[in-house]
Design a protein around this ligand. Structure first.
Ligand code: F7E
Length: 296
């Protein structure tokens, strides 16, 4: 981890503390001990499909976990700013583009829990004057994305297919459309949100939506593979109910925070596939020749 340095080093910038959003006493102890000036609540059981399998745990960590953290801050009376990672999932069935004024129509236990946490944050801002903001972030990706989220899953499959260690890529709903941006851009927005004079709620997204299929096609095309030969639909990856289209209207963030995303869909896709190729000892160029070896 590039941020981490030896704790015995004088220039240490990162300390790790053990914590868990299910433990209020531990959170209270940590807040009292650290006396933070800013708290970013990014913790979650963040997988939407998994939230259908473990809805109670998801509600506990994502929903009540936020209450526990906010209570710890209130009890300790630490004058800190608070950021809540709200999610575009909360818009659910509401038609795009989605902005701060779009009604929430959540369609998963994850989204319902995020909505609870969202309104709790707003409530602590209104009730106790806490500088508590929410960022309603649309999908944000990078080569560090968890392996079971669709963009990383697709990117990881490509060098495996080229190496011949994976025959097929099994996916669920290829029609779903998402507003995919780069996590680096989104984290810049998050810092702007927390440092803004007044606490508020902010939609963060690129304003463009693409289907899962477009991501797949784009990724396979980068290395010259025909996706249709390798991609299979497996109903196991369908959700009991999915969201058709999420597309952000982030004009408030653009106007009031001066936030503009720098990485577009193609550049994101390129970075993710290239990172997986490099990791496997291939490059986008050698990928092409590996494909030629593999395709009769
Ligand atoms: O799915 C479809 C799937 O799991 C995107 C989290 O960070 O962003 C993320 O949630 C779409 C869905 O992300 C597969 O049905 C097809 O329509 O990559 P995902 P997500 O559910 O949008 C939001 C903003 C968050 O807040 C969440 O924490 O892709 N899809 N086939 C698939 N999805 C997965 N995971 N795996 C598949 O095989």
């Amino acid at each position: 981890m590039h941020l981490y340095q030896d704790p015995h080093d004088e220039d240490v910038r990162l300390f790790l503390h053990y914590g868990d959003l299910t433990s209020s006493s531990l959170l209270a102890r940590l807040i009292t001990k650290i006396e933070p000036s800013e708290v970013y609540n990014l913790a979650a059981q963040s997988h939407v499909r998994v939230s259908f399998d473990i809805p109670e745990y998801t509600g506990d960590v994502v929903g009540l976990g936020t209450t526990r953290l906010l209570e710890a801050i209130r009890e300790a009376a630490v004058p800190c700013r608070f950021y809540q990672a709200s999610s575009s999932e909360m818009f659910g069935a509401s038609s795009p583009p989605q902005s701060e004024t779009t009604p929430f129509q959540p369609r998963s236990p994850y989204a319902i829990a995020k909505l609870y946490a969202h309104w709790t944050t707003v409530n602590y801002r209104e009730s106790y004057g806490l500088h508590a903001s929410t960022g309603i972030l649309f999908n944000h990706e990078s080569p560090r994305r968890g392996e079971t989220f669709v963009t990383r899953k697709v990117a990881m499959a490509i060098p495996r297919i080229l190496h011949g260690t994976q025959d097929f890529l099994y996916l669920g709903n290829l029609e779903a459309r998402r507003d995919w941006g780069h996590a680096r851009d989104y984290m810049k927005a998050v810092v702007k949100i927390v440092r803004h004079g007044t606490a508020d709620d902010w939609v963060i997204g690129t304003g463009e939506d693409h289907s899962v299929l477009e991501f797949v096609e784009g990724a396979f095309t980068l290395v010259g593979l025909d996706w249709e030969k390798y991609v299979r639909v497996d109903p196991r990856y369908f959700r009991p109910v999915d969201i058709d289209v999420l597309r952000a209207d982030a004009s408030k963030a653009r106007t009031e925070l001066g936030w503009v995303p720098e990485v577009g869909f193609q550049a994101l896709l390129h970075e993710m596939v290239e990172a997986e190729m490099r990791q496997s000892g291939l490059s986008l160029v050698t990928g092409m020749s590996a494909r030629e070896d593999r395709t009769p």
